[in-house]
Design a protein around this ligand. Structure first.
Ligand code: SF4
Length: 376
């Protein structure tokens, strides 16, 4: 499946480029104490070996910043640094990393009388001097307080967007365009909403996608997948991180999960009904998991593709889901949906149920329903 991409700028992060024309980069982050140099180096290198395009390290204080030089000497991974409240640490770390992430909502904690614009100018200067990219990382939980005042209490996305757009405008006016943006929340629906709205206005700015506090696998992966499916299928997203609550030894799972989600989206193996924005037949089938109750589902998904190939030139979505837990709900948005139980396959047209059929009878029935749809 050819997934369209937004025409985003090219941004180089060390040896990796993100933006249109480049594959979507996969990132992860260390969870060791940054000052524990051997443990942090080990984890950075493990992530690098697992295929991480960029590895992020948190820096909270001068001691963390001081450790970065030693970490840099022992790895060739592309490194990003997460500046917390003390934005001035940028000048201590920039020489050792390839990207600096700052949070607009954290710029207020230090030097409260200094305008935020001056602080961003300083960060852009430091980044440019040290050949670093930047990420404007907006988080729902720590939005610029002056933005919050202007929005209704139940609108958490509005202030995030205003903050992100404002920082983009300033960076552009400073001539610093080597940046990407992230708009994160723990709720996948808000991540989808925020990133779609951002990209509508600024389709040129590369987006780093992520769902914060996604949690333990497999639920954390599923939550993240739901957001990524809806965004990446629409051309939104240039780099991703899957945040999982796992011990350090298992952190490389974040990279593997990210790559799996990307290849599943490219192949149409999705858990939510995804509109790839094309005007041809769109067949989506869930990637399957332990909930599949009949292995025949896998073969069925393949057969659906073959049997419906004649409708290739029609803008119809057919969803094939592997279980009764998510199948009934997840097929609602498809034109035709099949969800598989232990002995029967349930056929739906939109949210309307058309009955349950044995595995060996479902394909002719599906074809009949597809014909009806084409005849309308
Ligand atoms: S639809 Fe069911 S079987 Fe398929 S991935 Fe989702 S939970 Fe697993």
């Amino acid at each position: 499946m050819q997934v369209r991409r937004n025409p985003t700028r090219e941004v180089r992060i060390g040896s990796v480029n993100i933006g249109i024309g480049h594959r979507i980069a996969v990132q992860s982050m260390t969870a060791t104490h940054t000052q524990d140099v051997p443990a942090t180096v080990d984890l950075v290198n493990d992530l690098d070996q697992a295929g991480a395009d960029v590895v992020r390290i948190a820096v909270d204080n001068s001691k963390d910043a001081a450790a970065l030089g030693a970490i840099r000497d022992q790895t060739s991974a592309n490194l990003s640094v997460d500046l917390q409240e003390n934005y001035r640490l940028a000048e201590q770390v920039a020489a050792h990393v390839d990207k600096i992430r700052y949070n607009p909502g954290h710029l207020y904690h230090h030097e409260r009388n200094k305008p935020w614009q001056e602080k961003v100018r300083y960060l852009a200067d430091v980044a440019a001097t040290h050949d670093c990219a930047m990420r404007v990382g907006v988080n729902c939980g720590s939005v610029d307080p002056t933005k919050l005042e202007r929005y209704a209490a139940d609108d958490s996305v509005g202030p995030m967007l205003e903050s992100a757009w404002e920082h983009c405008d300033l960076l552009d006016s400073l001539g610093f365009v080597r940046y990407c943006v992230s708009l994160k929340d723990s709720n996948p629906a808000k991540v989808i909403n925020a990133n779609r709205r951002f990209a509508e206005k600024r389709p040129d700015v590369p987006l780093h996608l992520g769902v914060t506090e996604a949690g333990l696998p497999p639920d954390g992966v599923i939550k993240t997948r739901m957001a990524f499916e809806q965004l990446i299928s629409q051309g939104i997203g240039d780099t991703i991180r899957v945040s999982l609550t796992v011990p350090n030894a298992r952190k490389p799972e974040e990279i593997l999960a990210g790559r799996q989600i990307l290849s599943d989206i490219a192949e149409g193996r999705v858990r939510t009904v995804v509109d790839y924005g094309s005007d041809t037949l769109n067949i989506i089938s869930c990637p399957s998991c332990s909930r599949v109750e009949n292995e025949a589902f896998i073969e069925l998904a393949e057969q659906v593709k073959q049997v419906t190939a004649y409708a290739q030139q029609h803008a119809i979505t057919i969803a094939v889901m592997g279980c009764r837990v998510n199948g009934p709900g997840e097929t609602d948005d498809a034109d035709l949906g099949l969800w598989c139980g232990p002995n029967y396959v349930n056929l739906k047209r939109g949210s309307e149920s058309l009955g349950a059929y044995p595995y060996n009878e479902i394909l002719p029935r599906l074809k009949q329903e597809l014909d009806n749809l084409l005849a309308e």
